[in-house]
Ligand binder design. Structure first.
Ligand SMILES: NC(=O)c1ccc[n+]([C@@H]2O[C@H](COP(=O)([O-])OP(=O)(O)OC[C@H]3O[C@@H](n4cnc5c(N)ncnc54)[C@H](OP(=O)(O)O)[C@@H]3O)[C@@H](O)[C@H]2O)c1
Length: 432
């Protein structure tokens, strides 16, 4: 029987999971691919490091040439992290005639156009299902299964680490540093979780999804983003009191132009996105023909990510990827179908929390400033003062009606300049 020889570059967390599926579930792979997928080579840096997978003799190597110079290896899973070394490896693999599967979204967000151009010029393919939302097949669904639709919006919890941290803050009342420490202890956050918690990871994934779903060619750096790293447990409590949950949402909304942003958002309780807990990811997609579609699952972790990588390996081995890659809009030469709107003009409802001195006339003044920016108030919660040092701090929570981003920001800046404002105010978008 004919077989496809497969290479892996990077045998870390994901690479080991891929190797396990290929070696331990080979009968299943043969059934789906119609031929065996044989793991021929796995490239690592350190040959002496213990691996949690048992490989055949001569499979492990620290020399990429054992893949690039073996014409029998047709398909390679590129599973090293970072961008520079990974970019170099991808180019070498393409030049040597390999079709590639990757899980590296940071690499694609930085160098996608160059790598896809090169792959197209060389008549090769790149499959990348695992790069966004790990085990959830969102790339295939948006790129293929929903292609009869004009997608009008996409709202996603795209970063499991942030969702885990916010869930712990909400469920256990933990403050941010304690929730991060717990996420690190349980393996849900890296030693340096910056790119997860500051919104970078979600923005990189959103730039890929926005291109697939809307034909928007957007550099992830252009996407306005706020992370969860400044989130205060008090806001999660007030949000709950108001009937909402706070989630780090990545939003893409088509309204003539495209609105894109990543920020902690109050999501109305009962909406599927509001109930996504722990390290899970989820995406709601709205299409003009299909209506609402909701995807939920593990967006990271060894086996969920390996699940997506191996299904891409099978698709590549049987020739499906080559067809979809040829028609894929992502980083193709086609002109963008939409432009990015001015973020200051984007409209939404807002949750605002002011920390003010308890004195007469303050509420009226705040209402006056908001009114001056055409922002009307939907509801107000004012709790008893808390004493901190010599000051009595009053938390004042206001939910607004629809307002523009620019107006909300200017109003907050003006109120933060008043002498009755004792701490910087908090502003979050609301998804009803
Ligand atoms: N972990 C997840 O849940 C997850 C989910 C979705 C996507 N991803 C993406 O998948 C990729 C891999 O993640 P991971 O968690 O598996 O990373 P990892 O555990 O750090 O593993 C990286 C592997 O790459 C190897 N490597 C690094 N630089 C190399 C080089 N220049 N040449 C050859 N091998 C090299 C390392 O070799 P040594 O072992 O010898 O050091 C290691 O085996 C990343 O891009 C990540 O963003 C991960």
């Amino acid at each position: 029987m004919e077989k496809t020889k497969v290479g892996i570059v990077g045998l870390g967390n994901v690479g080991s999971g891929v190797a396990r599926l290929l070696t331990e579930q080979s009968a299943r792979m043969t059934r789906h691919a119609g031929q065996p997928l044989e793991l021929a080579k796995a490239v690592v840096r350190d040959l002496d490091k213990p691996r949690d997978v048992t490989l055949g003799p001569n499979v492990l190597t620290n020399d990429l040439k054992e893949i690039t110079e073996d014409p029998e290896i047709r398909v390679v899973a590129q599973l090293i992290g970072g961008t520079e070394a990974a970019r170099q490896v991808m180019l070498e693999l393409l030049e040597s005639g390999k079709d590639i599967v990757t899980a590296n979204k940071a690499l694609l967000a930085e160098h996608g156009p160059e790598l896809f151009d090169r792959a197209r010029a060389l008549n090769r393919s790149i499959a990348f299902e695992a790069s966004v939302c790990g085990g959830i097949p969102i790339i295939t669904n948006i790129g293929q299964c929903l292609s009869a639709n004009q997608i009008t919006s996409l709202s996603g919890i795209l970063n499991g680490t942030s969702n885990f941290i916010v869930s712990r803050m909400e469920q256990e009342g933990a403050d941010y540093p304690a929730a991060v420490a717990e996420a690190q202890r349980l393996g849900f956050a890296e030693a340096d979780p910056t790119m997860d918690v500051d919104g970078t990871d979600a923005a990189q994934k959103l730039s890929i999804l926005a291109h697939l779903a809307f034909g928007a060619r957007v550099d992830w750096h252009e996407i306005p983003r706020i992370g969860i790293d400044t989130l205060d447990a008090a806001d999660l409590r007030y949000a709950r009191e108001l009937g909402y949950r706070v989630k780090l949402l990545a939003i893409a909304k088509l309204n003539g132009e495209l609105e894109l942003h990543v920020s902690p958002t109050l999501v109305r309780a009962g909406r599927p996105l509001a109930e996504v807990r722990e390290a899970y990811n989820a995406v709601t997609v709205v299409g003009d023909a299909v209506g609402n579609v909701f995807f939920h699952g593990l967006g990271a972790g060894q086996m969920p990510t390996a699940s997506a990588v191996v299904s891409d390996l099978i698709d590549t081995a049987v020739g499906r990827t080559r067809i979809t890659f040829r028609t894929l809009e992502l980083w193709s030469g086609r002109p963008p179908r939409v432009t990015l709107g001015d973020h200051a003009q984007a409209r939404g409802r807002y949750y605002l929390r002011f920390t003010i001195r308890d004195s007469p006339g303050v509420l009226g003044d705040i209402a006056g400033v908001l009114g001056g920016y055409d922002i009307s108030i939907a509801s107000v919660i004012q709790h008893e003062p808390e004493v901190q040092g010599e000051d009595e701090l009053v938390p004042l929570v206001i939910m607004t009606h629809l307002a523009s981003e620019g107006a909300a920001q200017s109003a907050i800046e003006e109120i933060d300049g008043r002498d009755y404002t004792l701490q910087p105010s908090v502003r979050m978008r609301v998804l009803d």
